[in-house]
Design a protein around this ligand. Structure first.
Ligand code: GSH
Length: 205
């Protein structure tokens, strides 16, 4: 095992949900904890999740930075192509993760937490659909977000849709976004990192 440390998460936020299955898949000696952990409270006054602290006291926050760091600890035997096959695919991987981690989390949170009236909900749903169209358009052209193979972008972004499954991403949504539905089912059912926990997830059954 490469390194001991701990990640502090806020579940089921899509900024946090990939970490437990990823750490398990990579067989890393990293404790899964949360913001109530006294170690966290002492180390991260920002009080945001996710955060990472190594056993020797090195600290890291920001979901994308922690993701990149944890993937860098993968054992040599791991053949998963987290960043695709070339520099363009790698750039696309970070494009999608950044988009999901910033714009998409904001619009979905806007729908769930910051809109109360019917009118506000409708406006928030328009924003969600606009953002989702970006995924639908890409997934019409390529099987996965960065190209022909599943990458870190897919296993990070799929959590966004799982987060809103049923309540926001329902039968009606998937009827209008068939490529997102095909991709979600594929990644949840077949990806070796996510399928142990997400196999069979669907809003249209
Ligand atoms: N820029 C940070 C955002 C972190 C963030 O806002 N996390 C949220 C959960 S998704 C949080 O901890 N919220 C708790 C709070 O603000 O009290 C990142 O990308 O990781």
């Amino acid at each position: 095992m490469a390194e001991s440390g701990a990640v502090y998460l806020l579940l089921p936020s899509p900024r946090s949900t990939l970490f437990p299955p990823l750490i398990k898949y990579l067989n890393l000696d990293i404790k899964i904890s949360d913001r109530n952990d006294p170690e966290y409270k002492a180390a991260f006054p920002l009080n945001k999740a996710p955060a990472f602290k190594s056993k020797d006291g090195w600290k890291l926050h920001e979901a994308m930075a922690i993701l990149q760091y944890i993937v860098s600890l993968k054992p040599e035997s791991c053949k998963y192509k987290f960043y695709g096959n070339n520099e363009r695919e790698k750039a696309k991987v970070w494009q999608w993760i950044s988009f999901a981690n910033s714009d998409c989390v904001s619009v979905v949170a806007g729908y769930f937490f910051h809109s109360t009236t019917e009118e506000e909900k409708k406006a928030a749903a328009v924003n969600v659909n606009k953002t989702a169209s970006e995924f639908e358009d890409q997934l019409k052209q390529t099987k996965y977000l960065a190209g022909a193979e599943c990458t870190l972008a897919d296993i990070f972004c799929v959590n966004l849709f799982v987060w809103g499954l049923d309540k926001l991403f329902d039968k009606e949504f998937f009827a209008k976004h068939p490529s997102i539905h095909r991709w979600l089912r594929d990644v949840c059912d077949h990806d070796p990192i996510l399928s142990p926990t997400l196999k069979g997830k669907d809003a249209t059954k």
